[in-house]
Design a binder for this molecule. Structure first.
Ligand SMILES: C[S@@+](CC[C@H](N)C(=O)[O-])C[C@H]1O[C@@H](n2cnc3c(N)ncnc32)[C@H](O)[C@@H]1O
Length: 433
């Protein structure tokens, strides 16, 4: 099989069969050590994961006799080839020949006629099969059934737009490091490098690029002039509104996008403590701060165990960007749709509540805490905040009033993912009485 197909099928197997995240260490290691063209493998994996529910449905229509579990790679090869037929510019004859010739050279040459027959059948009957596929919401919207049902129930007016946005390619946003350069000036540097960009209302350091590129291709990236960060994520630091000299806790900080933004807003003049419980992610946090020439105390520690690291001095402000299902960032992490289970939401909510309960006592009286997640499910957003407030005697909501973005709720504010727009987030701001 050609290197592109072999590697894509192996990576898909790691995600879809073995349950690894697409950005996991194991997958990165696979890709780094492969002879296949890395960007093409990544792109094809991404497209296939994005449309998987639909491609699997079509595959099941085409295969008349189900394949054995040990032949999963044959099914994945067929699914990947259907993805190329539907969502790439590769000519149909080349897609069929790559798959058939590839499988002939593999350990399962018996599957060549099957792959050939299925792909040719698909090409012949594409219109009919696609109409048939439209009957299944799971296939039509390319999301698991429970996901569609949950969105429908929680966002009755927006669910279809959310699903469509989730299947689109996310635009690229950057945050200009205004300690080093002004936004206008950086925009000029981008233009000189042939990249058009536009400002985003309500965010002074944010630019939306007309076309995505590798971070390292951005002017002055290595010198810390900018960072790649979705616009939706850039509201965190603005909402926490740090004042130079304050002591701030970023309780779940890695890889450090929001922590760096807090420091950039205060010319690096904060007593910022950044925690992360994951060793490797903690490492990426320190590297990010170093690149941006920003200073904070970074600790590989758990926000659930303040007794191990807290000096007993209350913080002026706390950012709790809690681990979550990631339901707002599906455009950038298509694997999430297939890795999450409906029961995961209760586990995430429990963890989020524990984190809130654990860091709340560390906030000084009159101080503010910003809670956020990159999820649009209420279990991890508005419902969780409601529960926290029910149990708390000294917490008060500070409403987030703005015309620029998001959907106001009783307590916090959601950003829903939109095509060409921002990722999905939930924000709620609390004050300690
Ligand atoms: C949503 S991410 C944070 C993103 C980060 N704020 C940023 O803007 O780049 C959540 C982080 O919480 C970390 N985490 C999970 N449990 C934790 C705990 N008990 N204490 C501290 N960090 C934790 C995870 O390792 C993960 O890096």
């Amino acid at each position: 099989m050609n290197a592109l197909l072999t590697e894509t099928v192996r990576c898909l197997d790691l995600v879809l069969v073995k349950g690894r995240a697409f950005d996991s260490e194991q997958l990165a290691h696979r890709l780094d050590n492969s002879d296949a063209p890395l960007n093409q493998v990544r792109f094809l994996c991404y497209q296939t994961l994005r449309w998987y529910s639909q491609l699997k449905y079509l595959c099941d229509l085409l295969i008349t006799k189900p394949l054995k579990a040990k032949d999963k790679e044959i099914e994945l090869l067929l699914i990947t080839s259907l993805c190329r037929l539907l969502y790439s510019d590769t000519p149909a004859y080349a897609v069929v020949s790559d798959a058939v010739e590839g499988v002939k050279k593999s350990k399962k040459p018996w599957a060549a006629p099957l792959i050939n027959g299925c792909l040719r059948n698909f090409i012949r009957q594409q219109d009919k099969l696609m109409r048939q596929m439209e009957q299944s919401p799971e296939a039509k919207f390319a999301h698991p059934k429970w996901w569609i049902e949950k969105l429908r129930q929680q966002w009755p007016e927006q669910w279809q737009a959310i699903l469509e946005a989730n299947n689109s390619r996310a635009p690229m946003f950057i945050r200009v490091n205004r300690n080093s350069i002004q936004t206008d000036e950086y925009q000029t540097r981008l233009a000189l490098a042939n990249t058009a960009s536009e400002k985003v209302a309500g965010l002074s350091a944010c630019l939306r690029l007309s076309k995505p590129c590798a971070a390292t291709e951005l002017p002055g990236f290595d010198l810390g002039l900018c960072s790649v960060q979705d616009a939706g994520a850039q509201f965190a630091a603005e909402l926490l509104a740090p004042v130079p000299g304050e002591s701030i806790l970023d309780a779940c900080a890695a890889p450090g996008g929001k922590a760096a933004h807090l420091l950039e807003l205060c010319a690096n003049q904060l007593e910022l403590i950044c925690l992360d419980a994951d060793q490797q992610r903690h490492q990426s946090l320190t590297e990010q701060l170093r690149r941006l020439q920003l200073t904070a105390t970074t600790l590989h520690a758990s926000a659930l165990k303040p007794e191990e690291w807290w000096s007993q001095r209350p913080f002026d402000r706390i950012l709790l960007d809690a681990p979550c299902s990631g339901s707002g960032v599906i455009r950038r992490h298509a694997d999430i749709k297939h890795l999450r289970r409906p029961t995961d939401l209760a586990n995430f909510a429990q963890q989020q509540k524990k984190l809130l309960d654990s860091v709340w006592p560390l906030l000084k009286r009159g101080g503010q805490l910003l809670y956020c997640t990159c999820s649009i499910f209420h279990e991890e957003g508005e419902s969780l905040m409601n529960e926290f407030l029910k149990d708390s005697t000294n917490a008060e909501i500070i409403p987030i009033e703005t015309q620029h973005w998001g959907i106001k709720q009783k307590l916090g504010r959601y950003i829903l993912p939109t095509k060409e727009g921002m990722d999905g987030f939930y924000y709620a701001r609390l004050k300690k009485n």
